[in-house]
Design a protein around this ligand. Structure first.
Ligand SMILES: [Fe+2]
Length: 346
């Protein structure tokens, strides 16, 4: 097996470059680090070029900055906090630039996180996904900046909560859940005291667990009484959270996360924001393996932005024999109108 995309370590260093052939010792190390997966390059992935919306370097530098932010906040180094925030301003501008220049592209990424680094990687992912939504909604540049800052900082209140509790597998008691539920207020209060950017940012942080139907926390606000940043971040947050491996749940597939977001539109989530999101993020990312209702298996080769549940598929061999046609297009082929994708396999 050949590595398809470079795999980076905790500090952004490249552990495996693209093109490396995988030895069993490498696979063991990847397992030890609890990566959720790896991109493989083979004859079936040929012609599928999966590009992240932001560069890997930008992503890993931003993750490192979030990790430093936690150290500075917890140690009480207020000046350090200011320096990290200024670093974020640069990252956010770069993320906005990347999202704006890929405005018409669909997000096709299966995110491969290091298990222990979830908190840091999550805040960057929420930032990128929020910017994708913000750009699609036509927010102006200043709003996009404040949205990005809110997204990166949305969970910083968790830095003040016991990690063991945050990562506790299984059900939490009401008392434990009450402690975790304090993180939006802890984050907001910290920012109010130590922050010199727009107040919209700490309001967004405070409200990111409010729900559209008024059943969220801390204040049970509903609909447009919840700041737009918080309504955007709720969608990005839930998508990244449920598609990630956590101590208390297995990751769901992007297609299942799509269903979840559609099912919650108008309930937990703002239906307009949810609608925009599901048109920007692919339910079946290019390069993923799928099973069709006619029993065939294939790799998603191209997504059609307007009909994302009906992609162009490159078929895989059937019992070792090559398929009779190389590609089928679920959108265009009239003989396939009743064939559906029943499962995503990788
Ligand atoms: Fe949160």
């Amino acid at each position: 097996m050949i590595v398809g995309r470079p795999l980076r370590g905790r500090n952004g260093e490249i552990l495996l470059t693209a093109g490396t052939s995988l030895k069993s010792t490498y696979i063991e190390s990847i397992r030890r680090l609890r990566y959720s997966g790896l991109y493989i390059q083979d004859e079936f992935s040929e012609g599928i070029d999966i590009e992240d919306i932001i560069s890997e370097e930008l992503r890993s530098n931003a993750v490192t900055a979030v990790r430093r932010l936690e150290t500075d906040m917890v140690s009480g180094a207020a000046n350090g906090f200011g320096a990290q925030i200024d670093a974020f301003a640069g990252f956010i501008d770069d993320i906005i630039e990347s999202v704006l220049s890929n405005k018409d592209t669909i997000m096709n990424l299966v995110d491969l996180k290091i298990f222990d680094e979830y908190t840091y990687q999550h805040s960057i992912n929420v930032c990128v996904l929020s910017e994708v939504i913000g750009v699609a909604m036509g927010l102006d540049r200043a709003q996009l900046f404040n949205l990005g800052m809110t997204a990166i900082l949305h969970d910083i209140g968790k830095f003040f909560i016991d990690k063991e509790l945050l990562n506790k597998p299984g059900r939490l008691s009401d008392e434990e859940f009450d402690i975790i539920k304090k993180h939006p207020e802890l984050g907001c209060d910290y920012l109010r005291r130590n922050f010199y950017y727009s107040s919209a940012i700490y309001i967004g942080v405070l409200q990111h667990h409010e729900r559209y139907n008024g059943k969220g926390y801390p204040h049970g606000r509903a609909g447009s009484d919840i700041h737009i940043f918080a309504r955007i971040i709720s969608v990005a947050d839930v998508y990244d959270a449920i598609t990630s491996l956590r101590p208390y749940h297995e990751p769901v597939l992007p297609s299942e996360a799509h269903e979840y977001i559609m099912g919650n539109a108008g309930q937990h989530l703002d239906p307009d924001v949810a609608g925009i999101f599901i048109h920007k993020v692919a339910p079946f990312p290019e390069g993923s393996e799928v099973l069709l209702s006619n029993g065939l298996r294939g790799v998603v080769y191209r997504n059609h932005p307007e009909f994302m549940s009906r992609p162009l598929i490159k078929l895989l061999p059937i019992e070792g024999k090559p398929p009779s046609v190389e590609f089928i297009d679920l959108r265009d082929d009239p003989s396939l109108f009743n064939v559906t994708i029943t499962k995503m396999l990788t």
